[in-house]
Design a protein around this ligand. Structure first.
Ligand code: BES
Ligand code: ZN
Ligand code: ZN
Length: 493
């Protein structure tokens, strides 16, 4: 899809179809020209309502407010309504009170995220006919804004939305087509394509050399061999160093603590943290952010077999701690334990892990919200603020000392599961905390994306399947760091 930004009146722009957002119940603003017809077809301007009027080649879509996420949703709903048309081009103006770049960015993101479809395995591809989106810098009050800042914002939006959509592609790809080795090849190909992005791949031998006993145990029963993927982006004069760590279980059968079959379907999505970490660094490099960024991915398959790791095994993690395995389905934390330890050798200013870690997090927050855990409330707060702007839902879950005690083991330093069936998202986070060194405790965030990473129904501007969870909130967070360092205070909502 091709975007054109024009600083001319919307009505003077040529396009096959026009998107008009309805932003108040009275349907009054100057781009609403079909008032009688809208009333006739029963349009009430209710939340998420959309009407397509073929007679005037216009789609009317309700935005609940001018907040970015309401705008994303409204433009996505509008495009959904003309999905089957043969329009080649659409045009849309701005809906803002005082910040055109933020509004333009939301429009572009809404369009790209909302029109994503995954048809790799469909013999008949049903692709949208729309090739060109024309965005006027005129707003609904008739004011025409400066084109440069709008263009820049849209360029950024395209990078972020493309990264999110590519993250969805990787997650939606089958376990056969996205093994640890293939994921590593994908990371390598990105590094070849993108300036400044480097990639190191560690194989089983490397993991042994690094004493990654926990990671290796999880991978042992699979004929697909594990990989540690290390992507790095090191611009000159980088101001901070961020390290992202992603859980990359290309399949999670549960291992010997085998999942019941209805829980096993969708477990190709257990590589969502990895896919997010790969595409966060991709976006950071393309945005040329002045930060050093690393993504460490633990890629493995959790399978069964004669050589599978077992409940009752005791594993030696890279940091020297021993772990009693009481459930082989709590494998993500084992892979992450070693990857987090590896990540801390890079001396990060901020360390963030992303993982589809627990079903308990989905129970706690619902399937659309990611869990944010960590020790530093300032850090959590700054992250939640950026997540909100990005349109991703995130909520904090609070660690406490009592839950931490539930991970005690009588045979090893720690058990891989809690003795209680409650608070599973937090006890998984607290397990990881055992692998965070004292000096990094306040620099670490754990993001449990098990809910939103993969949802088997359409929601908002997300389609059935992968949503690219983690990418937008982390990239917005990085961008906000940059704005704060440069004292740009106007980047709001
Ligand atoms: N990959 C799963 C978590 C998961 C569940 C992700 C649902 C997405 C949707 C993880 O490896 C797992 O199986 N966790 C167990 C932990 C338990 C054994 C302590 C769980 O959540 O049941
Ligand atoms: Zn599992
Ligand atoms: Zn898992």
């Amino acid at each position: 899809m091709n975007f054109e930004i024009l600083d001319i009146e919307l009505d003077k722009i040529e396009a096959d179809c026009k998107i008009t957002l309805v932003i108040d119940k009275n349907m009054t603003h100057r781009w609403i020209s079909d008032t009688d017809l809208l009333t006739k077809v029963g349009f009430k301007a209710q939340s998420e309502e959309v009407v397509y009027l073929a007679s005037s080649d216009t789609v009317y879509a309700v935005a609940d407010s001018l907040e970015s996420d309401d705008i994303r949703l409204a433009v996505s709903n509008a495009l959904q309504a003309i999905k089957k048309s043969d329009y080649k081009s659409v045009k849309v103006g701005l809906y803002t009170k005082n910040c055109p770049p933020i509004n333009a960015r939301a429009i572009a993101e809404g369009i790209l995220l909302g029109t994503y479809s995954f048809d790799k395995y469909k013999s008949k591809k049903e692709r949208s006919s729309i090739q060109t989106v024309k965005i006027s810098t005129e707003d609904y009050n008739g004011k025409i804004y400066n084109i440069d800042s709008t263009k820049k914002a849209i360029d950024e939006a395209l990078i972020i939305a493309d990264a999110t959509n590519s993250a969805k592609d990787i997650v939606n790809t089958t376990p056969f087509d996205m093994t640890p080795e293939k994921l590593a090849n994908y990371a390598k190909s990105l590094a070849n394509e993108i300036d400044g992005l480097d990639c190191f791949i560690g194989d089983e031998k490397f993991l042994k050399k690094e004493n990654m006993g926990a990671f290796l145990a999880v991978a042992k029963a699979s004929s697909e061999k594990p990989r540690l993927i290390h992507l790095s982006y090191k611009p000159k004069n980088a101001k901070k160093r961020f390290v992202f760590v992603g859980k990359g279980l290309t399949y999670d059968s549960g291992g010997l603590s085998l999942k019941p079959s209805e829980h096993m379907v969708t477990m190709k999505s257990d590589k969502s943290g990895a896919s997010a970490a790969i595409h966060i660094i991709k976006a950071a490099a393309l945005l040329e952010l002045p930060f050093e960024v690393h993504s460490i991915i633990g890629a493995a398959e959790n399978m069964i077999g004669g050589d599978a790791y077992k409940p009752d095994d005791v594993l030696w993690a890279r940091n020297g701690k021993t772990i009693e395995v009481r459930n082989t389905d709590a494998e993500g934390r084992l892979v992450l334990a070693d990857c987090l330890d590896f990540a801390q050798d890079l001396k990060p200013d901020y360390l963030v892990d992303l993982a589809t870690l627990t079903g308990a997090c989905v129970v706690a927050l619902g399937e659309y919200t990611s869990g944010v855990m960590g020790h530093d409330s300032g850090l959590k707060h700054s992250f939640l603020k950026s997540a909100k702007k990005s349109g991703e839902l995130a909520g904090t879950l609070q660690f406490n000392r009592y839950l931490k005690k539930l991970l005690k083991s009588s045979v090893a330093d720690i058990s891989n599961i809690s003795t209680s069936r409650y608070g599973g998202a937090l006890t998984a986070g607290l397990f990881l905390d055992n692998f965070i060194r004292d000096e990094y405790k306040d620099r670490w965030l754990h993001l449990d994306i098990a809910g939103p990473a993969y949802v088997e129904k359409d929601w908002g501007y997300n389609q059935t399947g992968a949503s690219g969870a983690g990418v937008r909130m982390c990239v917005y967070w990085l961008k906000d760091f940059y704005y704060q360092m440069n004292n740009v205070h106007k980047e709001v909502k």
